[in-house]
Design a protein around this ligand. Structure first.
Ligand code: SF4
Length: 175
């Protein structure tokens, strides 16, 4: 068990796609998650943002693990990998885009070119993502900011946003 105030595990912290996703929603949640503050695991809302494995995508799917992340490879053509991320809803689409772009950046850091497709099966919607120089710059800034946030001894103050009503940390933040 890590000591929150000692913060020794932060040296080993990898900024993964999940923290990137939360970074664009709530920076306090980034801190809470990075410090293993456990929220209500029975809360049905806790899985917002996690993978949703739909049968309709299973036949094409192949998972690869690279640079500490696992991504679903949908296809390989013209020298690049097409990776996919399945989401429950497009409600947090901007965060989802940044998360997928971060996976593309991790691939690039490992010498692989990729393109991404976000899939929202319940809405029959797809969005493709390409890693641009602007996105790389944005993500590198986000990584630094996440490390800075996580190395603070205390979390950022709660900020009331729409996500709060569906957040498993709501009681912790607002009671
Ligand atoms: S309840 Fe609101 S402020 Fe607290 S972690 Fe969740 S989203 Fe962030």
């Amino acid at each position: 068990m890590y000591d929150i105030l000692r913060g020794d595990y932060l040296e080993a912290l990898r900024v993964g796609g999940t923290l990137i996703w939360y970074y664009y929603i709530c920076k306090r949640e980034v801190w809470l998650m990075a410090h293993n503050i456990v929220s209500d695991q029975d809360d049905p809302n806790i899985d917002i943002g996690r993978f949703m494995h739909e049968n309709s995508y299973k036949r094409k799917k192949k998972e690869i693990s690279i640079g500490g992340i696992k991504v679903d490879v949908l296809d390989k053509k013209d020298g690049y990998l097409m990776i996919g991320e399945i989401k429950k809803s497009s409600k947090f689409i901007e965060s989802s885009k940044m998360q997928l772009a971060y996976y593309l950046l991790e691939l690039k850091r490992n010498g692989l070119e990729g393109r991404g497709v976000l899939m929202f099966p319940q809405e029959r919607k797809r969005e493709t993502i390409e890693l641009t120089d602007e996105l790389i710059e944005e993500l590198e800034g986000a990584e630094k900011d996440i490390m800075e946030i996580c190395n603070r001894p205390y979390p950022p103050k709660p900020n009331k946003i729409n996500m709060c009503k569906n957040c498993a940390y709501a009681e912790f933040c607002w009671s």
